[in-house]
Design a protein around this ligand. Sequence first.
Ligand SMILES: NC(=O)C1=CN([C@@H]2O[C@H](COP(=O)(O)OP(=O)(O)OC[C@H]3O[C@@H](n4cnc5c(N)ncnc54)[C@H](OP(=O)(O)O)[C@@H]3O)[C@@H](O)[C@H]2O)C=CC1
Ligand SMILES: CC(C)(CO)C(=O)C(=O)O
Length: 312
Amino acid sequence: MTASTDLSFTILGTGALGGFYGARLQAAGATVRFIARSDAATIARDGLRVDSPLGDLHLDPVEVYRDSDTIPPSDVVCVALKTIQNHRLPTLLRPLVRPGTIILNLQNGLTMEDELAAAFPEARVIAGMCYLCSNKVGPGHIVHLDYGTVSFTPFDEADRACIEPLMQAFTAAGVEVESLPDLHQARWRKLAWNIPFNGLSVLLDADTDRIIADPDARRLAERLMAEVARGAEACGHPFAPDFPERLMRFTERMRPYAPSMRLDYLDKRPLELEYMYRRPLREAERHGVQLPVITALADALAFRDRHNRADG
Ligand SMILES: NC(=O)C1=CN([C@@H]2O[C@H](COP(=O)(O)OP(=O)(O)OC[C@H]3O[C@@H](n4cnc5c(N)ncnc54)[C@H](OP(=O)(O)O)[C@@H]3O)[C@@H](O)[C@H]2O)C=CC1
Ligand SMILES: CC(C)(CO)C(=O)C(=O)O
């Protein structure tokens, strides 16, 4: 990795995603401040480990905080929590945001940037769609399996100039980057993978390789993806006709992967249903389109989620 960047970063949520990108940015010479929850003390004592085909990292020392109140200001605050925490973002981000701060949202789902821009009009809100396969396997320990490209796009076109320095920082950290023209289209394209594969991995109790190899499961994934395409089109962001097929081929080539929703389910944690399923369904409905297969999947997942946690 080559240095460096003038930007400083705060990573809100030192998990599979935040830990991966934050560690690579720090290893490339950036100032990175990590906010962690259950493993803050372990990271402070033992550092942060990221095993990766790009090269293993063991960062020690790491500037790690248990909450946002005591942190010096950074240029960029990366939101890397699960969206189940998003009702807490106004409180968690308040001490970190000053006029001009870049809030870089790295989560999966739809409408997160609208809420961030409404809550923090003084900030510049940028979306980063992360094409990443990474898991948190233990306290302060992340295993990166595959991919990692970040697609940047601003919430407000007036903030597009922020993207160039962000791309430089991530590139210096060995991360592939691209900038995309349209936030909503980019978010729907990301959902075209997450809606089928995150949900089916829970419902069918299977990693991606088993879903893609089984004719019935694969057909179900394709039907879900076709409905995401209908939703995107209804909302004014049509996909290229060959996009779903390309996404299926991408998944065939992927190493066997347990999406983060599957890990959440196995650990009896709440699932990211609101921003990944309910919000896209509502957006499509607002534009006059019902998506029955996705609705059925969301309802089944809501049932599994409730009972999974109640049993735990
Ligand atoms: N994993 C991946 O490869 C990808 C993930 N995404 C998306 O990225 C987002 C994050 O996912 P992922 O990294 O997998 O999730 P993880 O659960 O691995 O990471 C979330 C981290 O946030 C921490 N956390 C939770 N609440 C707080 C809090 N209040 N203060 C500080 N830290 C907190 C958690 O700590 P604790 O250990 O205490 O729970 C955990 O370490 C999701 O929206 C996901 O869909 C997108 C693309 C790929
Ligand atoms: C698996 C992958 C790479 C699919 O786009 C991903 O980004 C995710 O899990 O959200």
